[in-house]
Design a protein around this ligand. Structure first.
Ligand SMILES: [Cu+2]
Length: 479
């Protein structure tokens, strides 16, 4: 083989690397996003108070980012490990990875974990420090959001690469058959050229066959992954003459372990239904009861005629939590007064006292752990002393983006549902707010959360004072 041919190959190889580097640089993450998949939890690991943020990957298997923020300086070592939330896999943890301490903030630790399948996972955080060891488990539902879309630039670059590779293979095979048997310095003869052409043509057929088979394999993989992408439960809402709302859930088909008959109570109710008007100037927080598999019923209060958006939170026995979205178009309803834990808010409601958002001066930013602190005051501005637990929790916060494409229901313990937290840490006294003596609740409530995306949000904060639920409403612009 001639020396110049080999050098041509070397040049070709560096060109390949250059194009490959470009391809990697061009890859952009998919922007399709519904809801708020990141998990924020405040909890106790032994003697240490931690804020844990888990950002599950868009595609599964994929890598989750885990941030652990300690509230004290005496932590020496943080280890993290992913394991299924339930089943035998939850008992036997693999070897944990060490989370790396941040250079800027010694209280911050970060790590990355592979999550291998769709469903309910937990990230177990183990902390060692001056005050002994501690463990905190954070439930993480892994719902594959999308197939990463290929950008036009990436497609073009890969096509050029494929053509170059194919042409390279054909050229090499053809040159081998044409020139490999030649003595040094000998001229090419006609039989050698013909050999080269035939070998090149055969190589072209094989290259085309490989491309065809590769495409078939790729398409089969892509369509089987498509079935694996999270498909939310559907909901149909109807109201009949006696102001009874019926909500029928439907499963469009996703992983086999999702069922409609395995809901577990989450802070005392199988379903937390939030009904909002499109302009977010009305909110109802209701708790329908299950009347059949996948069917729920609720007596509605008085409601003006209109079109409403429904967000229904449910938790499966597997620990997977879902928010079911639906619409309700209704004539005006003369209903029954709210009862039990149900509550409502509109701009005309006059609260006794008020809820004040205590800002820490930091600007709001998307994808950032933020502590939302609210102070409950009496009518005369004094801290309220009559706060009670509302469904076992010091407070409930609902974050809704104005376009209603983002919805999150958060508690002082974070965005993971209490039912899933109880599966992850069955005997953790830190979750047992129920045992608190009445009257012992502080006038401040704090919710750890991070806006998933920029936009205009409305935050509804609900607390219970002396048997009455009061709602504070706040608008937030996230640049
Ligand atoms: Cu709640």
């Amino acid at each position: 083989m001639s020396k110049t041919f080999l050098c041509d190959l070397c040049d070709l190889r560096s060109f390949f690397w250059l194009v490959l580097a470009l391809v990697v640089a061009l890859q952009t993450p998919a922007s399709a996003h519904i809801g708020s998949p990141d998990v924020f939890v405040e909890g106790q690991a032994g003697a240490y108070r931690l804020f844990v943020t888990v950002r599950p990957p868009h595609a599964i298997p994929g890598v989750a980012d885990v941030d652990i923020l300690a509230t004290s300086d005496d932590i020496r070592d943080v280890r993290i490990v992913p394991l299924p939330l339930t089943g035998p896999g939850a008992q036997f943890a693999p070897v944990a990875d060490r989370a790396v301490r941040s250079a800027e903030d010694p209280r911050m630790f970060t790590g990355h974990l592979w999550l291998m399948s769709a469903g309910a996972w937990q990230v177990r955080v183990t902390v060692a420090g001056d005050r002994g060891d501690g463990t905190l488990s954070v439930p993480v539902p892994t719902l594959p959001q999308s197939t990463l879309a290929m950008s036009g630039g990436l497609k073009a670059a890969l096509l050029v690469l494929m053509l170059l590779l194919g042409a390279g293979v054909i050229g090499i095979v053809s040159a081998l058959y044409r020139e490999a048997g030649l003595a040094a310095g000998a001229a090419l003869d006609r039989p050698a050229r013909i050999r080269g052409w035939i070998a090149g043509a055969a190589a072209a057929v094989i290259v085309c066959g490989v491309v065809f088979l590769g495409n078939t394999w790729w398409s089969a993989e892509a369509s089987s992954y498509d079935k694996y992408i999270y498909k939310p439960l559907g909901a149909t809402a109807t109201v009949n003459g006696d102001s009874r709302l019926k909500l029928y859930l439907s499963d469009p088909g996703w992983i086999a372990s999702r069922r409609l008959d395995d809901f577990v109570p989450d802070h005392d109710h199988l379903m937390h239904l939030f009904v909002v008007s499109p302009s977010l100037d009305r909110l109802w927080h209701l708790h329908p009861s299950e009347i059949a598999t996948g069917a729920f019923e609720q007596r509605l209060p008085d409601m003006p005629q209109g079109q409403y958006e429904l967000f229904a939170d449910v938790v499966h026995a597997t620990g997977v939590s879902e928010t079911v979205v639906g619409q309700l178009n209704t004539a005006s309803i003369a209903g029954t007064p709210l009862a039990g834990d149900d509550s409502a808010w509109n701009e005309q409601v006059v609260n006794n006292g008020k809820i004040v958002w205590v800002r820490d001066g930091k600007p709001l930013a998307p994808k950032t752990l933020t502590l939302f602190t609210f102070k409950v005051e009496d009518a005369d501005g004094q801290p309220a002393r009559d706060l009670e637990l509302y469904m076992g929790m010091p407070g409930h916060a609902i974050f809704v983006r104005r376009d209603r494409k983002v919805f999150a229901h958060v508690h002082p313990s974070g965005s993971a549902p209490m039912a899933a937290m109880n599966i992850a840490m069955p005997s953790d006294p830190a979750h047992a707010h129920h045992d608190m003596a009445p009257g012992a609740l502080p006038s401040m409530v704090t919710f750890p959360f991070g806006f998933p995306e920029p936009g205009d949000y409305r935050i509804f904060v609900q607390v219970k004072r002396a048997g009455r639920v009061i709602t504070g409403v706040f608008d937030a612009r996230v640049p």
